[in-house]
Design a protein around this ligand. Structure first.
Ligand SMILES: Nc1ncnc2c1ncn2[C@@H]1O[C@H](COP(=O)(O)OP(=O)(O)OP(=O)(O)O)[C@@H](O)[C@H]1O
Ligand SMILES: [Zn+2]
Length: 677
């Protein structure tokens, strides 16, 4: 790898329309923090910046909903987010915000420079305009009927029911969300960044020159290139954001994804007058930490902007993570399905490192991953308490008991002691190798293997049994144990900064310099230790149960909020109803239709005959559980071929509001073929 003089680390700017949750930490801020702390411990010249992303439409919508101003919304969440990061030890050099004065100037100048160089394409397009309010409507401000699925609450950019991405003009019966009126099309001018022109350069830069990037990142970039890059509008008709700094752009602001990444530069500018060195000197290694939904912005759009500007370096790596889920469901701010950091801090005071540990151990590095409270408890109790905490505590307490808290000198040393000490530099090396490759889970595992080593060493050597007969042996054992403890104090620092500090305080060794770790004589004989202190405590079942109950409540509330009974249908005559031949039938055989997810093939006895019905219920029933059950069927439905199988009739089901199906069956025994009327 090319060697660099300094590092510029950025972490995705959290969007200031809500607090931060465990997904944010696991996806972006913990990896960024581990990496930064590691570099600092090595004495590398590094700056790490972040800040709140405070523009864009969702913030204006939230302000409108809460009857307040966008500024009030971002002030509130910026403060909460900033404090959560500080308390979790996420050690940015600066946490800024995109509403800062420096940012307005920087983003404005950046746009202006590209404009003056003639980079942009100017295009006039037709866009929806709300005549009552006198404002162009952002895609998210338009609601209408989805042309694909008929959902009446589809947005101008996407139908959240069927997932199709839309243009506002695709919607049937569009309505302005500002006034409820029908919007009209009106022409408006915008500036587009011609990404297609940058494609050859970007493609070579990533696909040829950065084959070492994580495969999830590389793969996503490749698929963007394969589709072919298109010009992208970088301005919006909106009154919240950085005004487009050119004539004739009144009422227009920079697109939030044009403005946000420039926030990294502005934050650096606020931090140091030396900022240009970190952004423009090719000897700086620029690294963006982000989650997977931000890949295109950091690997394609922002680099295109930087290239167009001309004086900036491009990122050397973008080690994006996949997503963290919570108890099997996608984390969601709007559905309150999250573990919020500010709440965790109140409910688990002093346990920041436990969460840091669990989130690192489960980091969604190569695929989406799940956070569960049960796993949180297990990792705390059987790893942090039983291994790391137990080892350090034993080493400290025994040294206090036998040697008055002074590190004893090695007297006699055997093969096992030597082998144990020889592991220390090896473990340090593997941690480094993993960190250098952004494999944080692996790195943490290696660091913990040092604690495991110590724990096993003490269990095997049993100094508490040996002291009476051979105190010299015990001196050696505890010297070895204290060397391991001291190494843990340094090597754990990037991962568990609070615990590492506690260890270093206990052993009276303040340096966390990475260079010092990896040796077997960090603590000299006679070195005075401080009082032992417990590092972790057991987490009991009731604590976990409380968290699970909290989530259950959220689920129930969401279900209630979404509960919607299907609308009534038109009236039918008795004649129409009586045409339906509805019968009780018994399931004789049931099997899955091969190569399908949803279909079951059922053989049933209708009393009239034995026949086959294909039913789309495989997601809800195991075939063997249906056999022998009485069901209700519409017997005279026209036969239909499904997957080559003739299906005669339909099994009736009750569909719950969440889409789950239940069989309909007579309450008492009746014979097959009984009619339902
Ligand atoms: N569940 C998650 N797992 C991993 N990374 C995440 C997760 N949620 C958000 N991120 C990442 O955190 C960074 C900041 O997120 P941002 O504030 O933009 O929120 P978001 O993606 O809108 O999330 P949310 O909808 O939950 O608020 C982004 O890089 C994003 O990819
Ligand atoms: Zn739809």
């Amino acid at each position: 790898m090319k060697s660099f003089k300094r590092y510029m680390i950025t972490s995705a700017l959290p969007y200031a329309n809500g607090p931060v949750h465990i997904g944010h930490l696991a996806g972006v801020y913990i990896p960024s923090d581990i990496f930064t702390r590691y570099l600092r411990a090595k004495g590398v010249d590094v700056i790490s910046v972040c800040g709140s992303d405070e523009h864009g439409v969702p913030i204006t919508i939230k302000a409108r909903q809460e009857n307040t101003t966008p500024q009030a919304i971002v002030d509130k969440y910026n403060a909460i987010i900033k404090e959560s990061f500080e308390k979790f030890g996420i050690a940015f050099d600066i946490y800024s915000r995109t509403t800062s004065k420096v940012h307005y100037e920087t983003a404005s100048e950046f746009f202006r420079k590209l404009y003056d160089k003639g980079v942009f394409i100017e295009k006039t397009t037709e866009q929806y305009y709300d005549e009552e309010v006198g404002q162009f409507l952002a895609d998210r401000y338009i609601m209408g009927t989805c042309p694909h699925c008929g959902n009446e609450k589809a947005y101008g950019d996407q139908c959240e029911k069927c997932g199709t991405s839309l243009n506002p003009t695709d919607l049937k019966d569009p309505k302005s969300m500002l006034s409820g009126s029908k919007p009209v099309l009106k022409s408006t001018k915008h500036w587009f960044l011609p990404l297609d022109k940058f494609q050859p350069d970007l493609e070579k830069w990533i696909l040829t020159d950065h084959k070492e990037w994580k495969s999830n990142v590389y793969g996503q970039c490749k698929s963007w290139f394969d589709q072919g890059l298109q010009p992208r509008a970088v301005s919006r008709d909106l009154d919240w954001g950085v005004p487009v700094p050119v004539e004739g752009a009144e009422g227009k602001v920079l697109y939030v994804w044009f403005d946000a990444p420039i926030g990294y530069i502005s934050a650096t500018k606020e931090l140091t007058p030396d900022w240009e060195k970190y952004w423009k000197d090719p000897e700086t290694r620029l690294i963006h930490f982000i989650g997977k939904d931000n890949i295109v912005f950091h690997c394609i759009i922002f680099p295109a902007m930087l290239k167009a500007e001309g004086s900036y370096i491009l990122p050397d790596n973008v080690p994006a993570n996949e997503f963290l889920n919570l108890e099997g469901d996608k984390i969601s701010t709007s559905r309150n399905w999250a573990v919020w950091l500010h709440e965790y801090l109140e409910e688990f005071p002093g346990k920041q490192d436990v969460l840091r540990y669990v989130l690192t151990a489960n980091m969604p590095e190569t695929k989406d991953n799940d956070f569960t409270w049960k796993d949180f408890q297990t990792r705390n109790n059987s790893e942090l308490v039983a291994i790391l905490g137990n080892f350090v505590n034993r080493a400290m307490v025994l040294t206090k008991k036998y040697f008055d808290s002074k590190v004893p000198a090695i007297k006699e040393i055997d093969e096992y002691d030597r082998e144990t000490l020889a592991e220390i530099p090896k473990i340090k090396q593997s941690i480094e190798k993993s960190l250098d490759e952004f494999r944080f889970r692996e790195a943490l595992k290696e660091a913990m293997s040092l604690a495991r080593l110590g724990n096993k060493y003490l269990a095997d050597t049993e100094p508490w049994k040996v002291f009476k007969t051979n105190p010299d042996k015990v001196a050696t054992i505890l010297n070895v144990s204290m060397q391991i403890t001291a190494n843990l104090g340094i090597l754990l620092e990037p991962f568990l900064p609070f615990t590492s500090e506690k260890i270093r305080n206990m052993i009276n060794y303040s340096s966390k310099s990475w260079a010092e770790a990896g040796t077997d004589n960090l603590l000299q004989p006679g070195h005075q230790l401080n009082e032992p202190e417990l590092l972790f405590e057991k987490i009991e079942d009731d604590v976990i149960e409380k968290q699970l109950n909290k989530l259950r409540k959220v689920k129930e509330e969401n279900e209630k909020a979404n509960a919607k009974v299907a609308p009534p249908k038109d009236l039918v005559t008795y004649d129409e109803f009586s045409k339906m031949d509805i019968r009780v039938a018994k399931v004789l055989e049931a099997e899955r239709v091969p190569k399908t997810q949803k279909l079951l093939k059922l053989k049933i006895d209708t009393g009239l005959d034995t026949r086959v019905i294909v039913s789309g219920i495989a997601e809800f029933f195991e075939p063997e559980n249906l056999i022998g059950k009485q069901v209700v069927v519409l017997a005279n439905l026209e036969p239909r071929k499904i997957r080559g199988i003739e299906s005669k009739g339909m099994i009736l089901m009750a569909e719950d509001i969440d889409g789950k199906l239940q069989l309909v069956s007579p309450l008492g025994m009746v014979s097959n073929g009984s009619t339902v009327k």
